[in-house]
Every structure is written in C-alpha cells, then in structure tokens.
Design a protein around this ligand. Structure first.
Ligand code: GYE
Length: 338
C-alpha cells in the first residue's frame, strides 16, 4: 500500500492545477468546439417580398436555413408584405446597419436604381434572388439567381398544344381565362409573354379575361367567383401560381364546374408546391409547371464565392421540370422538399 507523505500535498496540488490548465487549453484547440465569434459572421440583410404563397414560404425557409449562424452568417430578415416601399425602407436600413451583403427578392422589376446606387456608394454588394430587376446600370447588382420564367411559360404552352392535339382540337376555339401574378414581376411578365405569344400563333385561342390575382389564393378566389357569375364559358385556366389556382378551384367547384383534363376546365398552374401536386394527382390540376424556390444554398454559395475574391456568374438559372397526373405518385410528392 502506498501512503502519501504529507510533504507531497503541495506538489500534488500544483501538478493537478497544471493538468487542469493544460486540458482547458487543449479543449480550445479543437476547431469544432470553438463557437463562431459574432464578429466573424457574415452579416446579410435579406429583403423578402412577402409571404403571399406556399412558394414564398418555402423560399423564406430555404434562405433562413442556409444563411444560419452555424453556416457562418448573421441574417437580418425583413418581410415587405408585398409592398415595394417596404423593400426600399428595408434596404436603406441594411445600408445604415452597414451589413456585408444585401440580398433582394424584388416585388417588381423597376424602381431600384436609386436605392441600389446608395448601396453601391456604401460599398455593399447586392445579390438579387428569384425575380429580376431592370436597372440602367448593371453594376448596381453583383449577381442574380432564379428561374427562367419564360421557359416555364413555354413549357406550359407546349403541354397545352400537345394535349389539345391529342384531343383532336388543336385548331379549334379554346377559351382561356388568364389569372395573372403581381404586375411587373418577372414571373408575371415572362409567364404572360409565353401565353400571349401562343395566342398569336393559334388563331382559335382566345383569352377571355385577365384577372389580377396578385399571387394570392384569396384574391384569385374572389375574382374567379365574380368572373363565373358573368356566365362566360371557359375551357382552360392559365394560373400564374399554385395559390391562385387553389382559389380558382374553390370558386369553380362552388359553381359546380368540374376541373380536369376530362372535365369542364383544364387548369395549368405554376410552382408545383406539394398541395398543388396532390390536386394534380387527383386530376383537378392538369399540369403543374415547376418553379424551384430553394435558393438559400445558392445565395450562400454566391456569397462564399465573393468572400473568396471570385467573380460569380452574373445570372444563374435553375433547372426545372413539369408534372402531369400520369407521372405523379404519393411517394414522389412526399419525397419533395416543398
Ligand atoms: O411563382 C409565386 C410567388 O416570383 C417565382 O412568386 C416567384 C413567384 C411564385 O409568390 O408563387
């Protein structure tokens, strides 16, 4: 048995203190245990247009999760509630707070020159996401990432041409009700352009009415309900997002009109969010054209490139597809992220 001598006590205490000190120091050496210092975070101000649709909610969630503290970002999020003046205010606030980057999901294409000049003068790079902007000086923004909305529209039109051809009525009259998104938004301008171009090349296609649904279910429901009361008949609805489609379907069903390729009215819808895909699987929506909202990781990667001194592409388009009832299944729908 070893007996500790009384003389050893002070020496042991010094040794123990030394071991403790060394272990504290070593704990600090492991990279992953070091909490990110606040001053090391990249500060990003994000002006989001609103929360008008399922697409938008998925987009916001994607941005928040990618621009997180764990990923090295401090995100200042502003929801403009579908008003451009709120976005202008938010951007001016971000400039005042001297953020490292400004990310803008613009409500419409025009009206940004002055505020983005202010950001440029303050030396803050601006990344545009989703819809595009029309500015006199392209150097007012660093990079844009989003969808090719014209291609989405053309994809929808090709589907319609193929379907009416199969039905043997390609050259017959087709009455189309057009439900439009927010005026002046790239998604509205380009999806509308695809429809207008098609109406010009198909003399039988008639756009019976254009309703301004502002991308919301509530607005589209009211407008379609009122439209149906006029008694005007339609064969197709071209709805520039899924939430407006939900409103339209509600109004149609209340009026006893059957939706579907074999029903009274065929519905073309944009976004392909989960609830729309379910309606498509049921056959109520004839085609869902995909619009991908998961831009968070794309924006984070653009910022990383800029941080590394690289010059990212000015415009980045994401890949998309479309869904009709034949290709859908419960499994496919539940496996999707939004
Ligand atoms: O289609 C709609 C949203 O700009 C692509 O805005 C976006 C559109 C999307 O509110 O649902």
């Amino acid at each position: 048995m070893i007996k500790r001598s009384g003389k050893c006590r002070p020496l042991c205490a010094v040794l123990a203190a030394l071991i403790l000190l060394i272990s504290i120091c070593c704990a600090g050496c492991g990279q992953k245990d070091v909490p990110v210092q606040e001053e090391d975070l990249i500060r990003v101000g994000f002006s989001q247009v609103g929360s008008e649709s399922d697409w938008r909610m998925a987009n916001t969630a994607s941005m928040i999760s990618a621009l997180s503290e764990e990923n090295g970002f401090e995100l200042i999020f502003d929801n403009a509630k579908q008003r451009q003046e709120n976005q202008l205010l938010a951007i001016r606030n971000f400039i005042q707070q001297d953020v490292d980057y400004i990310v803008l999901a613009p409500i419409a294409e025009s009206g940004w020159d002055d505020v983005l000049q202010e950001a440029k003068d303050a030396g803050i790079p601006v990344i545009i996401v989703d819809r595009q902007i029309a500015v006199g000086d392209e150097s007012l923004y660093t990079s844009w990432v989003g969808s090719n909305f014209l291609e989405e529209g053309q994809r929808a039109i090709r589907w319609l041409e193929g379907t009416v051809q199969q039905q043997g009525r390609l050259n017959q009259p087709l009455r189309i009700l057009h439900i439009m998104g927010t005026d002046g938004a790239t998604a509205q301008i380009q999806r509308t352009k695809a429809l207008n171009d098609a109406a010009r090349t198909h003399p039988g296609w008639k756009i019976v009415s254009r309703l301004k649904g502002e991308y919301t279910e509530a607005k589209a429901y009211e407008l379609v309900r009122d439209f149906l009361q006029t008694g005007e008949e339609i064969d197709v609805i071209y709805s520039e997002n899924d939430n407006m489609t939900f409103g339209a379907i509600r109004a149609l069903e209340e009026a006893g009109i059957r939706c579907g390729t074999d029903g009274d009215v065929m519905i073309i819808s944009f976004d392909a969010v989960r609830d729309a895909l379910k309606l498509c699987l049921e056959g109520k929506i004839s085609v869902c054209v995909e619009c991908n909202p998961l831009h968070g990781p794309r924006v984070a990667s653009l910022i990383r490139q800029l941080e590394a001194g690289e010059t990212p592409a000015k415009l980045t388009y994401v890949d998309e597809t479309f869904f009709s009832p034949g290709v859908l299944s419960e499994e496919l729908i539940s496996g999707r992220e939004y």
